[in-house]
Design a protein around this ligand. Structure first.
Ligand SMILES: Cc1cc2nc3c(=O)[nH]c(=O)nc-3n(C[C@H](O)[C@H](O)[C@H](O)COP(=O)(O)O)c2cc1C
Length: 205
């Protein structure tokens, strides 16, 4: 796909996205990956904390090591790149200045202090879980954005997080909502099979 090809809207991308585990040999231009990340970074988070961090692994040797860490799942080795989607609350809170909206500048110091106090009270494990949950919103945006820009993707939780941390030299507190194999599609994947709306929704009029 060229970087000027049609971009799907959100509803179109949601309707057509399925996991793709076979890819062409074509690398994905960095410019296109940046377009995807530019859409995904718009995800909301409480207090605008944005705890997600991403590593884009295109290095062939590192990809093979990641495949081992993902219990040999073939789509990892086959992918043009693998996106490691992580959550790092320690980093997010250390740089709290960079998520406070400029419109709140007057109250910034107080806000940062109260947000940090909130997470201190919560404790490290709960705070880590909190960041993990919020980073999954980013993951959802990312999967839709990949589809919108014509990139096949396979999100995965089938991997050993300790090994991924070791490969990327990341500290223990970093968690991973998913690793995502990406590449231009060489298969159609399975048809979507999802609950109908009334299986998961109750309208209380
Ligand atoms: C967070 C997450 C983790 C997943 N982990 C794996 C995995 O390790 N290996 C795999 O083959 N598929 C994995 N899947 C794919 C799901 O099985 C798949 O999304 C689901 O069955 C729906 O199919 P579809 O994505 O093709 O529509 C994962 C999906 C998500 C969202």
């Amino acid at each position: 796909m060229s970087t000027t090809a049609t971009v799907l809207n959100v509803a179109e991308a949601a309707e057509s996205r399925v996991s793709i585990r076979k890819y062409t040999d074509e690398p994905i231009p960095r410019e296109l990956i940046e377009k995807v990340l530019d859409a995904a970074r718009r995800a909301p988070s409480p207090w605008n904390i944005q705890p997600w961090r991403v590593w884009v692994v295109s290095n062939p040797e590192l990809k093979l090591k990641l495949q081992e860490a993902a219990y040999g799942q073939p789509q990892v080795g086959a992918a043009a790149s693998v996106l490691i989607v992580a959550s790092d609350m320690t980093d997010a809170l250390a740089k709290a200045d960079d998520f406070i909206h400029p419109g709140m500048a007057a109250k910034k110091d107080d806000l940062v202090a109260s947000i940090r106090a909130n997470f201190e009270k919560m404790g490290e494990e709960a705070s880590r879980q909190w960041g993990f949950a919020e980073s999954n919103i980013f993951l959802g945006y990312l999967l839709l954005a990949l589809e919108a820009y014509g990139i096949g993707s396979s999100p995965m939780l089938g991997f050993d997080p300790a090994k991924v941390r070791e490969l990327l030299d990341l500290p223990e507190h970093v968690t991973f909502p998913a690793i995502v194999a990406i590449g231009f599609k060489a298969e159609e994947g399975f048809n979507q099979f999802r609950h109908p709306i009334d299986r998961f929704t109750t309208f209380l009029d």
